[in-house]
Design a protein around this ligand. Structure first.
Ligand code: ADP
Ligand code: MG
Length: 680
């Protein structure tokens, strides 16, 4: 950025905050509005609120004092215009506006009584500087330390430096859409002539958005192509163990589960490395599908491992899988940070010898001294909780091992392609039968007493309930105190039946409370969002979320997914602190209206934007800046096909267009994908 004239280290930092570190980032910092300075009425025709540009004569100065602003009285033939300045220092206004001189001034018109005025005009020019007046100015998003004019000037300087690059867009597409070339598109996007040019549908904007999604689709396709070239092993289960497990289930897998199981099994039978995402809303039954895949590995004489993001989840999976796998006589090990000493030694030995065919654990599985005799399948639960590296690290402990990722965060279809285009996806679109929809209600916090009374009654009749309190950060003492306080208050109403879990609790204590809740000892579990993911206590039928307005949509959906798991009717009470902001109000009403995870995800995307939905930083994926997932959804699909087609014809990007596409990848910092071209 400091390569641009007039941008030193300090401004450079401000620009980096605004747009990014490189000049090209500034080119992608597109205007969000415009100011039309062509409106040039006489003073007497001015209207409040409009932007006007006037040629006036300076008549007199009225320096300010105290809180009175400085006034410069000007006029044209039709009337008097006052220029207002606050906090004037020195004599610069006297120099800027010599009495008797003509000036061109431009700004937003205000009225004080019937007196037209401009407060701190945007623009003051001498008549001989008229060529510096830009009839239509782009308006850019700003950040502290950067005035509009500085950003305008820097962007203009960046535009002057735009090189002419060979065309990478498909000529047919470009023609049929009437798109300009890249450089032309940038110039036009930064010089809007009317608000039409600011719209997502403007050809220049479309062209730039297309470049961005094409770069991302191409990068994803390259990664995918490389992966498919990576040799894997053929894992073909005999079905013997799976049959025994299924016979003892007590229910039949849903059609969606069967389909996912078949897709995974077919994938594992291929001599390629599997990288598949099993995507299913909370409660859709991913665990069973994962178990069947793990059993296939075991049947073929190898091992499988499942990694979960938290201790609680790992223990619960261990418990569930052990129960499910028991009829098949398959031993399931457990390895978390808490397994130490002898227990840990035994598990490690079992994994190394192959005596333990399946292990469940946390990050602890990634420790260097954890070795397998023959790991063939790595399953990552709640995959978005792990970094990109970690997701792959478990599989690295095996020999050409397959990877199965599980996700309960439904990803909107549009995002799916841009972000997970390199994964094969098995969606679990159907929930196990017999589930009743959760009755969801929103209740203002001032009716807390009524809620507590209602919960007490329900518990007296044998119900089990979660009570979730917000905790922004586990180190926020005030929030933590509030959770403890709530637990205490509820404990007074329901002595001996209330448990409390939060992130600062020792793991053993957490387990004890969770076990108490799953068993019979505890009926009301007060918790922070540690129960958000995966916890499965089918007998729980009530979920209270305190300060629901502080939670995200996806998070509330996850929380609500903890109930409605059994055959009893369930209720979710979202307690909120009025007055609700607009976004919070929309979130809560979406939850009342639907429990369809995909609809909720789409809505979440609309309310929050893509980066946040995905936790972009965590997922290691750059977010989109030029493309708007909603407005340009159709372009994403086109780019998706285009990228595939290009690589089919020209897998090494060696043709002329291929060379141009490499430039595109560099431009959007997808150079890691270019490396794959070489690494093969
Ligand atoms: P999630 O996809 O959220 O991880 P789970 O695998 O924990 O869901 O399954 C949720 C609950 O549904 C569990 O109690 C599980 O035993 C049960 N379940 C799974 N599949 C079926 C099915 N086909 N029919 C009935 N219940 C099922
Ligand atoms: Mg689960």
């Amino acid at each position: 950025m400091t390569a641009l004239p007039g941008i030193g280290p300090q401004l450079g930092r401000a620009f980096e905050r605004l747009a990014g570190p490189l000049v090209v980032d500034l080119l992608w910092h597109l205007p969000t509005g415009l100011i039309d300075r062509r409106h040039a009425p006489p003073v007497k025709a001015l209207a409040a609120g409009e932007v006007a540009t006037l040629r006036v004569k300076v008549e007199a100065h009225q320096p300010g004092f105290g809180r009175r602003p400085y006034r410069v009285l000007c006029a044209d033939d039709s009337g008097v215009l006052t220029l207002i300045y606050f906090n004037v220092k020195g004599d610069y206004l006297a120099r800027l506006f010599p009495v008797g001189a003509e000036r061109i001034v431009s700004g937003r018109v205000e009225f004080y009584g019937d007196q037209a005025q401009l407060a701190h005009p945007d623009l003051v020019l001498r008549p001989d500087e008229l060529d510096r007046l830009r009839p239509i100015e782009p308006v850019y998003p700003l950040t502290a330390g950067l005035a509009p004019r500085i950003v305008q000037r820097a962007v203009a300087a960046a535009l002057d430096r735009v090189p002419d690059l060979p065309e990478w867009a498909d000529p047919g597409l470009k023609r049929s859409r009437g798109w300009p070339g890249w450089a032309e598109a940038l110039r036009s996007a930064h010089n809007p002539a009317s608000s039409l040019d600011l719209a997502a549908a403007a050809p220049a904007r479309q062209r730039l958005a297309y470049d961005e999604v094409l770069a991302s689709q191409l990068a994803v396709a390259l990664v995918r192509a490389r992966r498919q070239r990576r040799r894997g092993r053929i894992i073909a289960g005999t079905g013997q163990l799976a049959e025994k497990v299924e016979a003892a289930l007590g229910f039949a897998p849903t059609a969606a589960q069967r389909l996912a199981m078949a897709e995974i099994a077919a994938d594992m039978r291929q001599p390629r490395r599997m990288m598949r995402l099993l995507q299913g809303d909370v409660g859709s039954g991913k665990t069973l599908v994962a178990l069947m895949a793990m059993l296939a590995a075991v049947e073929s004489g190898a091992q499988a491992a499942l990694m979960a993001p938290t201790e609680i989840l790992a223990r619960q999976h261990h418990e569930t899988l052990r129960r499910l796998a028991k009829p098949a006589g398959v031993a399931i090990g457990l390895l978390t940070g808490r397994e130490r000493g002898r227990a840990r030694e035994t598990t490690l030995a079992g994994l190394a010898s192959g005596l333990i065919p399946i292990v469940v654990g946390t990050h602890a599985l990634l420790q260097p001294d954890v070795a397998f005799r023959d790991l063939a399948l790595a399953v990552i639960d709640e995959q978005h909780r792990f970094g990109v590296e970690q997701r792959l690290a478990l599989g690295e402990k095996g020999r050409e091992a397959d990877t199965l990722l599980l996700s309960a965060t439904p990803i909107p279809r549009t995002l799916m392609m841009t972000v997970y285009g390199d994964l094969d996806v098995s969606p679990l679109t159907e929930k196990p039968p017999g589930r009743r929809p959760v009755d969801t209600r929103t209740v203002p916090l001032d009716r807390l007493d009524e809620v507590v009374a209602a919960i007490s009654r329900a518990l007296a009749q044998g119900a089990k309930a979660y009570w979730i309190c917000p905790l922004v950060d586990e180190s926020e003492d005030a929030d933590l105190a509030a959770v403890r306080e709530r637990a205490k208050a509820l404990e007074r109403r329901l002595p001996g039946r209330v448990g409390l879990v939060h992130g600062q609790l020792k793991a053993t204590d957490k387990d004890r409370v969770m076990a108490g809740f799953a068993g019979g000892a505890i009926d009301l579990l007060v918790a922070t969002t540690v129960v958000e993911v995966g916890v499965d206590v089918p007998a729980a039928t009530i979920m209270v979320v305190e300060h629901a307005e502080r939670f995200g949509l996806a998070q509330l959906h996850q929380l609500r997914g903890r109930i409605g798991r059994g055959d009893q009717p369930s209720t979710c009470l979202l307690l909120y602190q009025p007055p609700l902001g607009e976004v919070a109000r929309q979130r809560l009403s979406t939850l009342r209206e639907t429990d369809d995870g995909f609809r909720i995800a789409e809505e979440d995307l609309r309310l929050r934007g893509a980066g946040e939905v995905l936790g972009t930083r965590q997922s290691g994926l750059p977010s989109l800046r030029l493309a708007d997932l909603e407005a340009h959804a159709e372009l994403i699909a086109v780019a998706h096909d285009d990228a595939r087609l290009v690589l089919d014809r020209d897998p090494h990007l060696a043709s002329a267009r291929g060379e141009a596409l490499r430039l595109l990848l560099y431009l959007f910092r997808r150079d890691e994908a270019v490396q794959y071209l070489r690494a093969g």
